[in-house]
Structures are given as C-alpha cells and as structure tokens.
Design a protein around this ligand. Structure first.
Ligand SMILES: NC(=O)c1ccc[n+]([C@@H]2O[C@H](COP(=O)([O-])OP(=O)(O)OC[C@H]3O[C@@H](n4cnc5c(N)ncnc54)[C@H](O)[C@@H]3O)[C@@H](O)[C@H]2O)c1
Length: 378
C-alpha cells in the first residue's frame, strides 16, 4: 500500500492510498466509527470488487444509499436526497461519507458532505479511470445547475482517496477511454517517462482488443472482449494510475484554488468542451475521451503555429493517440467551435487561457482571443 499526500504547506490535507486490491480499504476506515456509503447503482450491480467492499461495509454496519451516475442526476435534488438520507440515518458531525463510484458520484457525495451539518468528513473509492487520475483528487465537488456543468460546488479535500485498479474490471471501454485520455493529458503536463509507458500499455490494450474482436465470430465492438482484455492487464495499470495521481496531487498542493498552475490541468479542455457542446446541440455521438484527445491535438497545433512546439509535434501526438484508439475524425471546423469557446466560463477580458504543450512534459498557459486562435488554426 503506497501513500501520496496533498499538502497545504507542511499540513497534510488529503491522503491518496494506492493498493492492489480492495482489502486494505478496511484498514483505511479503522479510525472512522460512523461510515455512510453512497454508491453508484451501476457499480453495485456490475463491479465484483465493489461487491467485496459492500460485504466488508455491511459487516461494519455501515448504511448504504445507491445513486444514479448520470449528468442529469448530477443535480441539487440528488444532493438534497443524500443529505436527507444522512439525516434519516442519524449521521452526526463525526460521520464519514464514503463515495464509491465514478466522478459523478464522488462530485455529488463530496458536495453533499460539504453541506451537511456545515460539513462532515468524506472519502472516495473512485471506480472509473477518470475519477482515479482526476475527479477524485484535488477537492473539487459539485453538481450541474441551470444548464451549466458543475455550476454549484465547493473545494474541500476528502480524508482519503483509495485507488485500486481491480475496480476497473467492469468499466465499459468508452468510460475507460475517457480516463485514458485524461491520464495521457496528465503525463503531457508532467512526464517523468510515464507518457511513453502509458502510450505503450494503451497500444497493447488496443491491439489485444482488436485481435480478440477479429478472432471471434462478431467482428463488431464487443464489451465482453473488452472486459477480458482489460482484466489481463489491470495490474500493469497500477504504477501509471499512481504516477498520474501523484502529478495531480503535486499540482493541487501548489495551487489548491486554481489561481495559477492548476489551470494546466485544463490542457485540451477548451477545445474539448466546445466539441462536446456542438455534439450535444447536433445530437452527435462524442464521448469525453475522444473530445479531450482531439482538444489536445488542437492545442499542440496551436502551440506549433505560435512557434512554441517543434514542427511535427502535433502530428506525433496525433499518431500516439490514434494508436491507442483514442482519436476520431473531428466533425466540426475550428470556426464552428469558436462560439462555444467564447462562452468558456474561464475566459477573462475576452481572452481564453489556452494550455499549450511545448513538448511532452512541458506545457504553458497562453492567453489568446478566440479570433486569434481561430486565425492561427484556420
Ligand atoms: N471534481 C473534479 O475535479 C472533476 C474532474 C474531472 C471530471 N469531473 C466530473 O466527473 C464526471 C465524469 O466522471 P466519470 O468519467 O468518472 O464518469 P461517471 O461517474 O459518469 O461514470 C461513467 C459511467 O460508468 C459507470 N461506472 C462507474 N464505475 C464503473 C465500474 N467500475 N464498472 C462499471 N460501470 C462503472 C457509471 O455508472 C456511469 O454509467 C463529470 O461529471 C465531470 O464533471 C470532476
């Protein structure tokens, strides 16, 4: 069991525990007497490792509540339901809310815990790759409101985040890919050799998956093949998940409230959010991982045009992402994306803070108007 800390100065704000298996969770919970579990209903049904955790939590007599993990259900009403359920079950100021699920569940349960009785302690067992490397680290909680994503929320650190790759066994390919794109994003921000290792593992996974599909009678996408392929390589994920969590923990320790360096974690996301909003409007299929991958390629192209990255950097990144099955053809032109980018909630005085990669492991923040960016990419 390894531990990574998030600090404020010398003080430990939050612990990230990396374990091979779910057994050590009981040890992490030893000091908490009143644990209240909020679990994603899909995870409760599909994830064998979550079943083992539930058995342990039942033995401890921890009450449990199931929630739906969708962007529609990620709203104030669900947060109120969680708070009401805590009250009905006698949760007091010494309660620990334990959220087990992906980013939707950890964001909602963390938010409810930050509000209930003016704030009780909470901890996370993230069950998606995206939540393990991103959403469950750093203390941002929240829900969607008035048609905007994550409009209401807090920054408050969990007691601990428990990372174990075994929970990913049942994760659908599309959700795995969202996390894979965020993991590569993290290593483009800070590398230490992990980017190449992550690309190699994702390429192996992609090759295994294509082979499994080709050798079966169904040539099309098959979730069962994905599950088999992923479970064979899960233990190889542990060091990469730990490395990505460590990078995010470092960034958050240096800039908890996103006044500077933490912005770098938005690499690719200005374009990705624009792509996702166009896809939503036009009822097109576009998942988050593919939007982030495209967004990182656009950011690399912009960086090249500004003379910050060497020529060929964007094309090399594109090849890497493609070989990991993370790239799709972007159905929209840069001009289509411009309007959505202008509405970026992080824009200041008409300028957007673009996060631009100069090389793998080296990114910078560069403010440009959307028109300047469009002219450079056009
Ligand atoms: N707080 C932050 O800093 C932060 C950062 C990034 C993203 N987010 C938020 O995270 C959310 C996305 O989170 P996500 O990608 O983890 O997705 P999610 O929580 O929506 O889960 C995706 C799907 O996978 C299912 N699932 C989860 N774990 C599973 C498992 N082990 N086996 C089978 N199915 C499983 C869920 O039921 C859901 O259907 C967004 O709402 C986003 O705003 C927050």
């Amino acid at each position: 069991m390894d531990q990574i800390n998030i600090y404020s100065g010398e003080e430990v704000l939050s612990r990230i525990v990396v374990a091979d298996g779910v057994e050590a969770l009981e040890e992490c919970l030893e000091q908490y007497r009143n644990v209240f579990v909020v679990m994603d209903s899909n995870v409760a049904m599909k994830c064998p490792a979550a079943y083992d955790m539930s058995q342990m939590l039942n033995r401890r007599g921890a009450p449990g509540m199931l929630v739906e993990a969708s962007e529609e259900a990620k709203c104030m009403e669900t947060v109120m339901d969680i708070c009401g359920w805590l009250l009905d079950n006698g949760a007091d100021r010494d309660a620990l809310v334990l959220a087990i699920g992906g980013g939707v569940t950890t964001d909602m349960a963390g938010f409810a815990a930050s509000l209930y009785k003016r704030g009780v302690r909470f901890a996370y067992v993230p069950t998606t790759l995206l939540a393990q490397v991103d959403a469950a680290i750093g203390g941002k909680t929240g829900v969607n409101a008035w048609g905007y994503k994550n409009m209401l929320g807090t920054i408050r650190q969990p007691e601990f985040t428990y990372l174990c790759p075994q929970v990913l066994e049942s994760l659908p390919m599309q959700d795995f890919q969202s996390g894979a794109a965020e993991m590569l994003k993290t290593f483009i921000i800070e590398d230490g050799g992990h980017y190449a290792r992550a690309v190699a593992l994702l390429q192996d996974l992609a090759a295994d998956f294509v082979k499994a599909c080709e050798s079966s009678s169904t040539l099309s996408y098959n979730e069962e093949h994905w599950s088999e392929v992923l479970s064979r390589r899960l233990s190889q994920m542990t060091p990469l998940i730990a490395a990505a969590a460590k990078v995010k923990a470092g960034v958050v320790s240096r800039d908890q409230y996103e006044t500077g360096e933490r912005r770098k974690l938005n690499l690719g996301h200005t374009f990705a959010h624009a792509i996702e909003s166009l896809a939503h409007r036009q009822h097109d299929e576009m998942d988050h991982g593919h939007a982030v991958a495209l967004g990182m390629v656009y950011a690399a192209q912009l960086s090249e045009k500004l003379g910050m990255a060497e020529e060929g950097f964007a094309a090399a990144l594109e090849r890497d992402l493609d070989s990991c099955l993370l790239l799709v053809i972007c159905p929209y032109g840069v001009k289509d994306m411009a309007e959505a980018m202008r509405k970026d909630k992080k824009a200041e005085e008409g300028k957007v803070h673009f996060i631009l990669p100069r090389a793998i492991g080296d990114v910078t923040v560069h403010a440009l108007t959307v028109d300047e960016a469009v002219a450079l990419l056009g």
